[in-house]
Design a protein around this ligand. Structure first.
Ligand code: HEM
Length: 454
């Protein structure tokens, strides 16, 4: 079905990762007084970059948690229309258990967003093409936040965007190709926009649950109508959920583990062995070359290759079943078989928009992804594919890169002939240091929020 996307109302992060905007800073804030928060939105509105063609040097995006929307005066009966996971928030104890945010990743120890700190109500995302420009705009944001009486801000500066994440692997290669966006014209397989943007048909041909409200509550007609023609207005239309998690990476511990695990009996070491083991864990070589196409050594010519499946590697001899990318998107490798598996995998895609940070304040990834359905997409991938020790026939193997190790999951199995190799006692390489579930509204919904109560 051809769907016309309202790109001028959707925030730009849906259409692009702002790769030319190599400098980024994120600001999490508490709203405090509602009128002040709304003043901030008034100022912000003309600056929000949309998904329409864009050539500006600076892009701003804004998102809110459920508490932020309430704080701005969005009535409870509208907030109830959002997904339960969003309303509960990332640090709700049920969500923490489900996401593996326990032990070292327990929200009580987070740097921000945890239960003891100021509430994470809003998120400003600033992207710029140069460092001076970023600094100038960040100073302006600080001024505007101060003027609005906004408190409890946490600034999260990103590292200049490069090709690799902190462990040293090329990242940001595989993304779903969304029907209705330019790249889709050349693609064999696309994912419907409704998987990522509310108000459009999802992979089941349905509209994902969204916050509707009576048209009488929008006398200025700022919001868009419910596309089903119910007569209600749709606060969620052109919006999407935004998962933000600060994932700290123990880069030194990661490579120490690879060294120790690949040391030969005579004590000697071959540096290519440690890279090969780490590549087995990721499913791609440091250059990005996928193991299914380059099983024996890194092949930089395949660095951006995303045109592969796992059907010729059913046992995982090239790319282990438990490798990060094979779990995060199993493509055709799930039971009962390739065609059904490809469809199933497409129901759990994530639009990833990560940036790395560090070394100041630790090193890691601001894992950012967009999803129209938090439970079916982000939470499912995190819980059922990455963190599950029994994924796809394994039994004590959580994701070697990002998985938690409690109480099980500290093994990494590398299928090989004649016998597979098991690495036991994997330490934790990644822990959660902050996070929240945000909603990235359409511009018309931001405009509606800005005038609430006036
Ligand atoms: C610090 C933590 C993480 C690191 C270092 C990391 C690293 C990587 C790398 C190097 C790739 C390969 C590049 C690519 O295919 O684009 C990748 C792919 C991917 N990661 Fe992660 N990742 C992390 C956390 C996560 C989390 C928490 C999720 C989801 C909940 C996730 C989901 C994915 C997905 C969906 C892919 C693409 C798989 C595919 O389509 O083949 N990652 N990651």
């Amino acid at each position: 079905m051809a769907v016309r996307l309202d790109l001028g109302d959707i925030q730009g992060l849906f259409a692009r990762g702002y790769r030319e905007h190599r400098y980024a800073q994120f600001t999490v804030f508490s709203i405090g007084e509602a009128p002040a928060g709304r003043g901030l939105l008034e100022w912000l509105l003309p600056h929000i970059a949309t998904a329409a063609p864009f050539s500006g040097d600076v892009a701003l995006q804004v998102a809110f948690t459920a508490s932020g929307l309430r704080q701005l005066g969005l009535p409870d009966h509208v907030v109830t229309g959002f997904a339960a996971e969003f309303r509960q928030g990332m640090t709700n104890p049920n969500r923490s258990r489900f996401l593996g945010d326990t032990e070292e990743s327990d929200p009580r120890g987070w740097a921000w967003g945890g239960p003891d700190g100021p509430p994470a109500d809003g998120l400003l995302m600033l992207y710029a093409t140069g460092p001076a420009l970023l600094e100038r705009w960040q100073a302006e944001l600080r001024r505007q936040l101060g003027k609005a009486g906004v408190t409890g801000t946490t600034e999260l500066p990103a590292r200049e965007l490069g090709d690799t994440e902190p462990f040293g692997f090329h990242d940001g290669i595989s993304q779903p190709i969304i029907a209705g966006l330019p790249k889709a014209a050349r693609a064999m397989r696309t994912v419907p926009a409704g998987e990522f943007i509310l108000g459009y048909p999802n992979a089941r041909g349905q509209l994902t649950g969204r916050p509707l409200m009576p048209a009488s509550e929008d006398p200025r007609r700022l919001l868009l109508p419910d596309p089903t023609g119910s007569g209600a207005v749709d606060f969620g239309r052109n919006g999407t959920y935004l998962v933000f998690r600060q994932l700290e990476q123990d880069v030194e511990g990661f490579w120490q583990f690879m060294d120790a695990a690949t040391r030969r009996p005579d004590g000697s070491q071959d540096s290519s062995d440690r890279a090969a083991l780490a590549a087995k864990m990721v499913g791609r070589w440091p250059s990005g070359a996928p193991l299914v196409k380059a099983p024996d050594h890194d092949t930089p010519a395949l660095a951006d290759d995303n045109d592969f499946a796992y059907r010729d590697d059913a046992r995982g001899l090239a790319c282990p079943i438990g490798a990060h990318i094979r779990r995060a998107n199993p493509r055709d490798s799930l039971a009962p078989g390739p065609a059904a598996s490809l469809d199933a995998s497409d129901r759990h895609r994530l639009l990833r928009r990560a940036r790395s940070y560090g070394p100041a304040g630790g090193t890691g990834l601001y894992f950012i992804c967009l999803a129209g359905d938090l439970a079916r997409q982000f939470e499912f991938v995190q819980h059922t594919w990455l963190n599950s020790a029994t994924f796809n026939g394994l039994y004590d193997d959580a994701d070697p890169l990002t998985g938690s190790r409690h109480p099980v999951g500290a093994t990494f199995t590398v299928p090989a002939r004649p016998v597979r190799r098991r690495y036991r006692g994997l330490p934790l390489f990644v822990r959660t240091r902050g996070g929240a579930y945000f909603f990235l509204p359409g511009v018309s919904a931001v405009r509606y929020l800005a005038q609430l109560g006036t």
